[in-house]
Design a protein around this ligand. Sequence first.
Ligand code: FES
Ligand code: MG
Length: 557
Amino acid sequence: MTSYGDDGFALFLRKAFIKAMGYSDDALDRPIVGITNTYSDYNPCHGNAPQLIEAVKRGVMLAGAMPMVFPTISIHESFAHPTSMFLRNLMAMDTEEMIRAQPMDAVVVIGGCDKTLPAQIMAAASVDLPTVVVPVGPMVVGHHRGEVLGACTDCRRLWSAHRAGEIDEVEIDTVNGRLAPSVGTCMVMGTASTMACITETLGLSLPMSASIPAPHAERVRLAEQSGKVAARLAVEGGPRPSELLTPAAFHNALVVMQAIGGSTNGIIHLTAIANRAGVRLELETLDAIGRDVPVLVDLKPSGAHYMEHFHHAGGVPKLLKQLGDLINLDAPTVSGGTLRQVVEAAEEVPGQDVIRPRSQPIKAQGSMVVLRGNLAPGGAVLKQAAASERLLQHTGRAVVFDSVADMAARIDDPDLDVTADDVLVLRNTGPKGAPGMPEAGYLPIPKKLGRQGVKDMVRISDARMSGTAFGTIVLHITPESAVGGPLALVESGDMIRLDVEGRRIDLLVAEDELARRRAALADVPEKPLPERGYARLFQQTVLQADEGCDFDFMVPR
Ligand code: FES
Ligand code: MG
């Protein structure tokens, strides 16, 4: 703790200042629970944060402790230039240092929009102060002309219909007001929902916290209860994140990620969180788990329903129950018990078909597979659940784009030499390349092929993809091209083979030719580092996707 002279004086001084807020000694001489405030006019996903903060404070006070709210960075997917991934580590650092800087005995972090829960949990794992996570919760669904709308799985589809003249100006304006009908996070199984389910599985948040819709009264009561739990942690000193974030907990999280058909972004975040906790997650473990774990949750974009339906079907506790012996039920939770108690309390919902039993899975195998090969020595990821069966074994000619800008400039060119059997290649879109690893991996189908009815092609890149997208898409190719990964060696016309069964992605070019290309690339001058600031720090220290894209100096040695 900072000291101005002797300890007694340090306390005297801090109390003198904080009393300017009108606090009494009775208030201040209690265990302190810090509460993060990530409300921002730029972050509609966190629009209910003020109400949740009030409820957490109430819970803390009902339990006899003292709540102290403090601000941290807030990140919304749509308002985070150049990418929200670029800012995730900044939020993690901010959150970590503000928890360390200010006196508190426990902390409640409130977040939810894609990168915020990962950032907050990375921070919590590093500080290792007792922490309760309160997700802001998913939006309720939208309705339009008898159709249910989801943010933002339906955004692109309806905009395309508008561009094609099927939806007029007036209707598209109406739709614009219905895609995100309430505060809260995207209500499909995108990154926000994936991370909320993982947070609950890791035992860092209370049961049902992933799925209660953001505007529901139940979520406010969950926040109040979370405040009570945090007050208890403040007195008892634990469990701390290090007691919850065990190898067994991460194993459970990987099982759940496969069973929910989770976002591929979840792998990067979970890897980063695990690294902070001193646990090394191997991509092969995710792949091995995927071979045993079926997809059980029927949610968009791979399935039919939305987060509120998942909630009314019993949420994560019910899913853990259906997963049975695939889950380690001895894993402890922040409430003081284990997942066994969570599963025992799971609600039975007669007739629900959102969370399937293992005897009737959506898919017999998990949603994500890990590929290696001469194109991805450090690994790559493919969301099998969202891919086309016929393309899972495919050899095709490469059509290469050197950057997002290059792709945008040429993909719809009527003269582009491309057929439906080709493999679209996008590079310089990794953690350092873009920078910030944009969600550009979902390359659009070239317009001239789209018009012929082509819906899917094999697409490969070092980029990420939104959890709300689908297609036969190889992502997170590691090492990325910007640091000399083999993706940099591909030329248009080369043959590329995708073999999902064999878990491989290969460039079918002779080794001596690759060596020649590698030597030629060595002569190309490196892109200069940004001159100053966070961009420079990011470029110098960000790790590759297989290591979670954290900064190298943030990972404990
Ligand atoms: Fe915030 Fe989708 S934009 S979760
Ligand atoms: Mg997203």
